[in-house]
Design a protein around this ligand. Structure first.
Ligand SMILES: [Fe+2]
Ligand SMILES: [Fe+2]
Length: 143
């Protein structure tokens, strides 16, 4: 296997992320503060997401003829240009979500609500960047 050390680390981290998801699941049932509960829920969902990403990376780099991730293609018969157009449309949706959240942040004096909405806003900004990166990297012309 090409990246033995990395594979080992990824597997260990995957275990930690999955354990965290299970632990928060139990913990959350006994928490009676809404803000605390929502914030813990956020960390749990992030851990689920991290676990999925780690699994995906492991799947690719465990292959004997592993290539760089951006050069790894999926078998697909869908029209690449249609997908690209859809991705570009999604960028606009992300902008709408950012606008909503920013107005909501301005519209509340509640510190707990503000904090949670700010987390969503920073996620939306990240999503916007992710979509731009995907469009740039996945559709670049290969030499
Ligand atoms: Fe994580
Ligand atoms: Fe988003």
């Amino acid at each position: 296997m090409p990246e033995d050390g990395l594979v080992k680390l990824l597997r260990e981290q995957l275990k930690v992320e999955r354990n965290f998801v299970a632990t928060v699941e139990k913990l959350i049932k006994n928490i009676h503060n809404v803000a605390a509960k929502l914030l813990l829920l956020e960390t749990q969902k992030d851990s689920e997401k991290h676990a999925m990403i780690l699994e995906g990376i492991l799947k690719v780099i465990s292959q004997e003829d592993a290539k760089p991730l951006w050069d790894t293609l999926l078998d697909s018969y869908v029209d690449k240009l249609v997908v690209k157009t859809n991705l570009e449309r999604h960028i606009k949706t992300e902008k709408t979500m950012i606008d909503f959240v920013e107005k909501e942040i301005k519209g509340t004096k509640d510190e707990g609500i503000k904090l949670l909405l700010e987390h969503i806003a920073s996620d939306e900004k990240k999503h916007h960047e992710i979509l731009q990166t995907v469009i740039k990297q996945a559709y670049k012309i290969k030499p």
